[in-house]
Design a protein around this ligand. Structure first.
Ligand code: NAP
Length: 480
């Protein structure tokens, strides 16, 4: 049994209440470990450690702080295989995917912000002949970082790295469903020489330890990534406290596929955008709008590819599709497939749970699923499913494609597939999403603003946006 511990003040600690939650391997459906069911008292311990560490961390010369973040990045890279395997066991994602995406990206997050903090400048405004203003950007203090299960170490570090780079001490909580790589990050920080108390990692449920982090008076900012409903709860909880808050929430991302696209490349990329990580990436395409002249051809090509993609044991090197993260999540996604049928949808491919033989016979596997014939207002076109399920609709004009794409409460990411440059730029300008990819998907430059509009969130991460979030700006006006 793999029992993990909280990482507080540079050391591993059992939860003060001595309560644990089960950790289940999605590919087998079996309990393989225990995680601390932390509570308020554990948060108090972590905050005390962070408070003690804060003055020295803030006073540390920038270069030294940056070197420490680089050392963490190197240690993650050195443990790539072990971390990838841990991620695959915990999350159900193909180990090969974790090896080339999740873990290298976690290292890049630290590497990137090690450099970003030295390039982060603030403004100066002169009042000619009278005064000069300059803006200081100072660390917020102790901050909370709460992350989801779909890209565990990748998104955990996407928050922690800029928070540390900006000079804050961090209390971080990974999803209770995927705690393993976050637990290993403690060891990595020890090895890299991060001072005790600078990063504290608490495990447990959102309702208990997550909420206690949000409510703690000494934690001055909360960076949250997760579902829209949880985000709304946290926003409500924090409104009277005036804490800084960043919310990266759900999506229902449209893909606009035009008849003049590069057909072969578009099929490859749109298929990947639909089903990578079992469709459990907030940026995955889930509503596909296809221009009518290529609708049938594109649909058939997608269906052929979906039928050829078989879920398999994620720990096998050649597995391209693993398990969904949990039984309850699998049931939720299956529920949406049933709902789609009730809403008049036609399942063109997939739609069923997969029962593998051997060690994975009780795992949470689902066929890649393609549905057509649903109205844009159908629940399955409006609500986030967050699994390997996409819907297809034809369109006739650019205006219609835009109207359908924007007909959503969400606004995270959109993709446009066309060789018509003017159309692509015009649509990019008018789509209500925080991110638009043209003829590509998930091509990430960590300097760019990352996040969504409307029900997809509040604020942006990435590059200087993240450095701004994790600092307080203070204007100083000097009269001549
Ligand atoms: P979730 O249920 O909202 O949980 C996210 C995190 O918040 C988890 O660590 C969770 O702990 C914690 N939490 C739950 N309730 C809380 C509360 N009341 N107070 C404080 N923390 C609380 O989301 P999820 O199911 O893990 O993740 C899937 C969702 O994340 C999807 O909607 C997806 O679109 C979204 N997402 C968005 C982005 C983005 O960048 N916009 C990226 C990835 C994922 P427990 O695990 O213990 O519940």
């Amino acid at each position: 049994m793999d029992i993990i511990a909280n990482f507080i003040n540079g050391q591993y600690h059992a939860p003060l209440g001595e309560n644990y939650l089960d950790n289940i391997e999605p590919a087998t459906g079996l309990v393989y470990g225990k995680i601390p069911d932390s509570e308020k008292a554990d948060v108090e311990l972590a905050v005390a450690a962070a408070k003690k560490a804060l003055p020295a961390w803030q006073a540390m010369p920038l270069e030294q702080r940056a070197d420490m973040l680089s050392a963490i990045a190197q240690e993650i890279e050195a443990r790539n295989d072990e971390l990838a395997m841990a991620e695959a066991i915990d999350n159900g994602k193909p180990v090969a995917l974790a090896r080339i995406v999740d873990i290298p990206r976690a290292a890049s997050n630290f590497k990137f912000f090690a450099h970003a903090c030295s390039q982060f400048a603030s403004e100066s405004h002169a009042i000619a002949g009278t005064a000069i203003n300059y803006t200081l950007r100072q660390p917020v203090g102790i901050v909370g970082c709460i992350s989801p299960w779909n890209l565990p170490l990748y998104l955990f570090t996407w928050k922690i790295a800029p928070a540390l780079a900006a000079g804050n001490c961090v209390i971080a909580k990974p999803s209770e469903v995927t705690p393993k790589t976050a637990a290993l990050l403690g060891e990595i920080c020890q090895k890299a020489g991060l001072p005790a108390g600078v990063l504290n990692i608490l495990h447990g449920s959102g309702a208990k330890v997550g909420q206690a982090i949000c409510q703690h008076q000494e934690i001055k900012a909360i960076s949250f990534t997760g579902g829209t409903t949880t985000g709304a709860q946290i926003a409500q909880l924090l409104a009277p406290t005036f804490k800084k808050i960043s919310l990266e929430l759900g999506g229902k991302n449209p893909a606009l596929i035009f008849a003049d696209c590069d057909f072969d490349n578009t099929i490859e990329q749109v298929f990947r955008a639909s089903f990578a990580n079992q469709g459990q990436i907030c940026l995955c395409a889930s509503r596909l709008y296809i221009e009518r002249p290529i609708y049938e051809k594109f649909k058939q090509a997608l269906v052929d590819k979906a039928k050829a993609l078989q879920p398999n044991d994620p720990l096998l090197d050649d597995s391209q599709m693993g398990a969904l993260v949990s039984k309850s999540h699998l049931e939720k996604v299956l529920g949406y497939i049933e709902l789609a049928k009730a809403e008049g949808g036609k399942v063109l491919a997939g739609g069923k749970q997969v029962n593998l033989a051997g060690r994975c016979q009780k795992g949470y596997f689902l066929q890649p699923t393609i549905i057509e014939n649903l109205d844009n207002q159908a629940q399955c076109n409006q609500e986030e499913i967050f699994g390997p399920v996409i819907t297809l609709q034809p369109f006739d004009t650019d205006e219609e494609a835009l109207t359908l794409a924007n007909d959503s409460n969400y606004g995270l990411a959109a993709t446009i597939w066309t060789n018509h440059l003017g159309r692509a730029h015009q649509l990019a300008e008018t789509l209500n999403t925080g991110i638009v990819w043209i003829n590509c998907w998930l091509l990430r430059d960590l300097r760019t603003p990352f996040g969504g509009m409307n029900h997809s969130g509040l604020g942006r991460e990435g590059g200087h946006e993240a450095m701004r979030f994790f600092t307080e700006s203070k204007n100083v006006c000097v009269k001549y």
